[in-house]
Design a protein around this ligand. Structure first.
Ligand code: SF4
Length: 333
């Protein structure tokens, strides 16, 4: 019998009402029947353009948003059927790292004043003195030395790279089993980005958690998955269009959207040979969630679209050791 994954998302849908006083209200479907599994100490890199629903999906997996339909299962239990005690246990074990570290902490509190209370409240340590010692260890672990210097500083006196390390230390301080890293390294200078990913993976070896690594950058997603363990999932307008183990979807992209995203890879790698020329988009305009195209959502931009693509939604099916949602997947192998 195969082991129950740490987290399972089953056909989850989330809609929002958009518009207001001057424009008619519309319902937009940010996440559309998405299913996903993350094993223990495994990672999923979720890749897509901004506004495609990645962050909404991340929040659904953390219980920060309630799905309109479908379920989020953590350690075999639907998080929305959990009692208060169980849900508290889940929330402690499911943490988030935001894109902008400066908005994650109160600017008028020192790092110690922000990081110590959760440790005491969750009984990780008995008192403030013990919290200080624990935080010294954590800051040393994330490469901020001497830690005393940083614990007494305010966020405004830290660089972006230092703040991101503080946020990483905070995310692991309660030893969670699952972390959503939402564009966690995209605000860093390119020179610091790979180091931050390396640090995240070092912390994973030490604490054993799983990551949902959300990014718009296929190159950094590939680096993350190759150095760690897991899969890459491509998201387009609220749906997963391709997903595969390791960097298989990048080595040999099948879905036309993945093929096109290859042009934007930011970490060049000579081992990535292109078996076919990269197709050109038919339209550069990304459809808005308020006006999702019929059939295959990618058809107005897809260079290979045919009549069937406008009329029928392609099923996300197993093909060539991965999942692909394209009527013509067989043509692109
Ligand atoms: Fe392109 Fe059609 Fe495949 Fe959609 S189903 S990706 S429109 S070829």
């Amino acid at each position: 019998m195969s082991e129950e994954p740490l987290l399972r998302v089953v056909k989850v849908t989330k809609e929002f009402a958009k518009g207001g006083i001057f424009t008619p209200k519309k319902t937009v479907r940010a996440v559309d029947e998405v299913s996903l599994e993350i094993g223990r100490m495994e990672n999923v890199a979720l890749v897509g353009e901004s506004g495609c629903g990645k962050s909404t999906l991340g929040k659904l997996t953390l219980g920060l948003l309630k799905p309109d339909s479908g379920s989020v299962i953590f350690e075999g239990r639907d998080i929305w059927s959990m009692g208060k005690k169980e849900f508290t246990y889940f929330r402690r074990n499911a943490q988030i790292i935001h894109q902008d570290p400066y908005t994650s902490l109160n600017p008028v509190r020192t790092i110690f004043q922000s990081l110590a209370p959760p440790l005491i409240r969750n009984k990780e340590v008995p008192d403030s003195k013990a919290a200080y010692e624990r935080l010294k260890e954590l800051l040393t672990m994330v490469g901020l030395a001497p830690p005393e210097d940083f614990l007494n500083r305010y966020p405004a006196r830290m660089s972006g790279g230092q703040m991101q390390r503080i946020i990483l230390a905070r995310a692991v301080s309660l030893r969670p089993k699952y972390i959503v890293a939402d564009e966690a390294v995209s605000m860093l200078d390119a020179s610091l980005r790979l180091g931050a990913v390396d640090l995240m993976l070092e912390l994973q070896k030490r604490f054993g958690m799983s990551y949902l690594f959300i990014t718009h950058d296929l190159g950094i997603a590939r680096y993350f998955i190759l150095k760690g363990r897991g899969k890459i999932a491509m998201m387009y307008l609220g749906s997963i269009v391709e997903a595969g183990e390791g960097d298989s979807v990048i080595q040999k992209p099948i879905h036309p959207y993945t093929q096109i995203m290859m042009t934007a890879i930011s970490v060049p790698d000579p081992r990535l040979t292109r078996s076919r020329p990269i197709p050109k988009l038919r339209s550069l305009e990304v459809p808005r969630l308020e006006q999702v195209p019929s059939g295959c959502k990618f058809h107005p931009r897809c260079p290979y679209a045919e009549k069937i693509c406008e009329e029928h939604v392609p099923e996300l099916r197993e093909f060539d050791s991965r999942l692909v949602a394209c009527h013509f997947a067989e043509r692109f192998t």
